[in-house]
Design a protein around this ligand. Structure first.
Ligand SMILES: Nc1ncnc2c1ncn2[C@@H]1O[C@H](COP(=O)(O)OP(=O)(O)O)[C@@H](O)[C@H]1O
Ligand SMILES: CC(=O)OP(=O)(O)O
Ligand SMILES: [Mg+2]
Length: 406
């Protein structure tokens, strides 16, 4: 079975195309700046040179058509015809309380995703465009949606409720949901396998530190608490997002700078975090470079970023009455050895003993960065959200085939 995985954003669309026989990636790529005159398509077929096209791609439907053209292209294509695509899996950021697992797309599922637009105005409308675009280009191909929030539906009310009037929860579903669930689930599973212990007997803290960043406390194999809340804004300091702050900052900033709701949302989501404090960049590589060259604001941004991750690790160890393993993943978590070092050297009270040499090794495989004696193991596990989506899509579409006797 061949499966196309799509992560649709408001002006971008990333894809990976899998052969599920051996879970190999036949091609991957992205369309950026959808809706602009100079849209960019980058297609990376396995074993062939990359392709880069600049053209005008005005909407997601056209973007999907362009990526399909690449997949079947005589020179840089990887399949003979579109009919070779058996299913499409989509990342959907917000599944609210409606979805605790992945599902096959039908009219009811689309209605539910639409009902969640209020809770995820930056993400869900874009995902919907991706789903509709696939439907228009490939009307007979089954589609599956995989939710960032699904894994966190196991959180108990004491961790998911906000202490505000309950009518807001009952009427408007205002509560904490958590995100990056596919990643937290995937790396916790791999970490347990790496440690050779059943996941349900481990207390684990997984730190997904990418552009967006979140920590999750995993107790008995289930998400018990996580740092993102109703939207992916709560919790850690991120590339351009503030993370936790006193809610009173919002009305005061609005009053002082005459901001409307959308402007203050944009300030906290797109113009805060590393970007705001450093005044330089949201990219951790650039922050570290500038810090090492003596830039004080970059150093402060790095310290604040590190401190907040460490505070969450400490609070989740307290929440679970202990921790057996801490896992780092995603762009920053997998690559920024200096950040991991700064965090781990101040977790000695928990029983973390960093092995500096192991921590500095460049590798793309699952690995431990603590010493043999360390009471708490710290691991680096590369995440693979697309593979989780491809696997769920495969399972659901296959089961449906079985039920129909196909
Ligand atoms: N070698 C590295 N050292 C430090 N940070 C890195 C390194 N490589 C990538 N990153 C950081 O990873 C982040 C992107 O993470 P990623 O998980 O790819 O994000 P997303 O999928 O949310 O766009 C960027 O801030 C980037 O600077
Ligand atoms: C949910 C979220 O924050 O996603 P990303 O890390 O892709 O921005
Ligand atoms: Mg990400």
């Amino acid at each position: 079975m061949k499966i196309l995985v799509i992560n649709a954003g408001s002006s971008s669309l990333k894809y990976q195309f899998y052969d599920m026989k051996d879970e190999t990636v036949l091609a991957k790529g992205r369309v950026e700046r959808i809706g602009f005159e100079t849209s960019i398509l980058v297609h990376e077929p396995s074993g062939k040179p990359d392709v880069r096209h600049v053209s005008e791609i005005l909407d997601h439907t056209t973007a999907v058509r362009h990526l399909l053209d690449q997949l079947v292209h005589p020179d840089h294509g990887v399949i003979a015809s579109i009919a070779d695509i058996d299913a499409v899996g989509h990342r959907v950021v917000h599944g609210g309380e409606s979805f605790s697992e992945s599902v096959i797309v039908d009219d009811q599922v689309k209605r539910e995703i639409r009902n969640l637009f209020d809770l995820a105005p930056l993400h869900n409308p874009a995902h919907m465009m991706g789903i509709n675009a696939v439907e228009l280009n490939m009307p007979d191909v089954p589609q599956v949606v995989v939710f960032d929030t699904a894994f966190h539906q196991s959180m108990p009310p004491k961790t998911y409720l906000y202490p505000i009037p309950m009518v807001l929860y009952r009427k408007h579903k205002i509560r904490r949901y958590g995100f990056h669930g596919t990643s937290h689930m995937y790396v916790s599973d791999r970490a347990a396998a790496f440690l050779g212990k059943p996941l349900d007997q481990l207390k684990m803290i997984t730190c997904h530190i990418g552009n967006g960043a979140s920590c999750t406390a995993i107790l008995e194999g289930k998400s018990y608490d996580t740092s993102m809340g109703m939207t992916p804004l709560e919790g850690l300091m991120m590339g351009t997002r503030s993370g936790d702050l006193d809610p009173a900052v919002v009305p005061l900033a609005m009053a002082k700078h005459d901001l409307n709701v959308s402007e203050v949302n944009s300030m906290l989501n797109k113009h805060s975090g590393l970007q705001a404090v450093s005044g330089l960049s949201s990219d951790m590589r650039e922050i570290i470079e500038a810090m090492q060259a003596g830039d004080k604001q970059a150093a402060l941004a790095f310290e604040m970023y590190e401190y907040r991750i460490r505070k969450y690790i400490g609070s989740y160890a307290a929440a679970m009455n202990g921790v057996d393993a801490v896992v780092f993943t995603a762009g920053v978590g997998e690559n920024a050895a200096l950040l991991r070092e700064r965090i781990c050297e101040q977790l000695s009270y928990l029983g973390v003993e960093l092995d500096r040499e192991r921590n500095n090794e460049q590798s793309s495989s699952d690995r431990r960065i603590t010493t043999e004696q360390s009471r708490v193991q710290v691991l680096v596990i590369p995440t693979n959200e697309e593979l989780v989506i491809a696997r769920d899509t495969y399972r659901l579409v296959n089961n449906r085939g079985d039920e129909r006797g196909e």
